[in-house]
Ligand binder design. Structure first.
Ligand code: CP
Ligand code: NVA
Length: 306
């Protein structure tokens, strides 16, 4: 297994499957009252350069839930902010912790940290990928709808970090994926191209949201303005308007389709209040599953089991 978790395409199908299986088992064990201690005596250092609610708390809860300890750092409160090189940060922090969990802007930041760190680096979101979120979301899809290979899974909206990680998950695990993105907001071309090279099922990129959603079993939606893109907000509001997931668009999907949103949601922008709060929305189960998946990830990356 890769020493680091930076992007899903660095893993084999069996490795991704083992994260999914282990997260489901840990969830069951926790519900049955089992107290885990496999990471007792271990610690993670979290270095975050962007805001976070779910990812931060679910990683912390996961680590404490496995008996471990957490050191959380806001990047701007560290010497990084005064110009300390990443390669020095990596070589220092890895002396204090058993894994580094990093949220930042450029993918090259986690790549550089990984190059110099002697402990695993885990990507907790960059501009390019959100791999741990997509693993959690796949866990939710499997829980609610079963085998992703038998489903129509749709990504609607921005071809952003989440879309890129969905594309890599589909390619590695061999399930079909349909995306609908407006012109100029497609997923990263290099990621799409590399994914299609290894994919055994089609990864289809459409423009028309109605066509994409037709008969869907799973609809994934995300904000139109990701962190770091705030200056483009007004333009994006106009471009993405036809991609809003509302009752009319959702009616094109299968009757029992589920709606996923990694949250935070902007009500009445990318999703209406009615759909977000409606019976097909599974967004809070999805949030919970981040904690179970992060336990599986921390256990595998720190103890080398997967
Ligand atoms: N879904 C997600 O990553 O949420 P946060 O930004 O709150 O961590
Ligand atoms: N695409 C969003 C995900 C937030 C969890 C962003 O990067 O802001």
């Amino acid at each position: 297994m890769s020493n680091h978790l930076l992007a899903l395409q660095d893993f084999t199908p069996a490795q991704l499957q083992s994260f999914l299986d282990r997260a489901a088992a840990l969830k069951k064990e926790t519900a049955s009252g089992l107290r885990h201690q496999q990471l007792a005596g271990k610690s993670i250092c979290m270095l975050f350069e962007k805001p976070s609610t779910r990812t931060r708390v679910s990683f912390e809860a996961a680590m404490y839930g496995l008996g471990g300890q957490v050191i959380f750092l806001q990047a701007k409160e560290t010497q990084l902010d005064r110009g300390e090189p990443l390669k020095d940060m990596a070589r220092v922090l890895c002396r204090y912790a058993d894994a580094l969990v990093v949220r930042t802007f450029g993918q090259q930041v986690v790549e550089e940290l990984a190059r110099y760190s002697e402990v695993p680096v885990i990507n907790a979101l960059t501009d390019l990928h959100h791999p741990c979120q997509v693993l959690s979301d796949l866990m939710t899809v499997i829980e609610k709808k079963g085998d992703p290979k038998k489903l129509k899974i749709v990504w609607l909206g921005d071809g952003n970090n989440m879309a890129n990680s969905w594309i890599q998950a589909a390619a590695v695990l061999g399930f079909p994926l349909t995306l609908a993105c407006p012109e100029g907001y497609e997923p990263a071309p290099a990621i799409l191209q590399a994914a299609r090279k290894i994919a055994s099922q089609p990864i289809t990129l459409l423009r028309d949201p109605a066509e994409a959603v037709q008969g869907a079993d799973v609809i994934n939606i995300d904000v139109w303005t990701s962190m770091g893109k705030e200056k483009e907000k007004e333009k994006r509001l106009a471009v993405f308007r036809p991609y809003q997931l509302n009752a009319e668009l959702l009616a094109r999907a299968a009757n029992d389709a589920v709606v996923l949103h990694c949250l935070p949601a902007h009500r009445d922008e990318e999703i209406t209040e009615e759909v977000l709060e409606g019976p097909q929305s599974v967004v809070f189960d999805q949030s919970e599953n981040k904690m179970h998946m992060h336990k599986a990830i921390l256990e595998a990356m720190i103890c080398g089991v997967a």
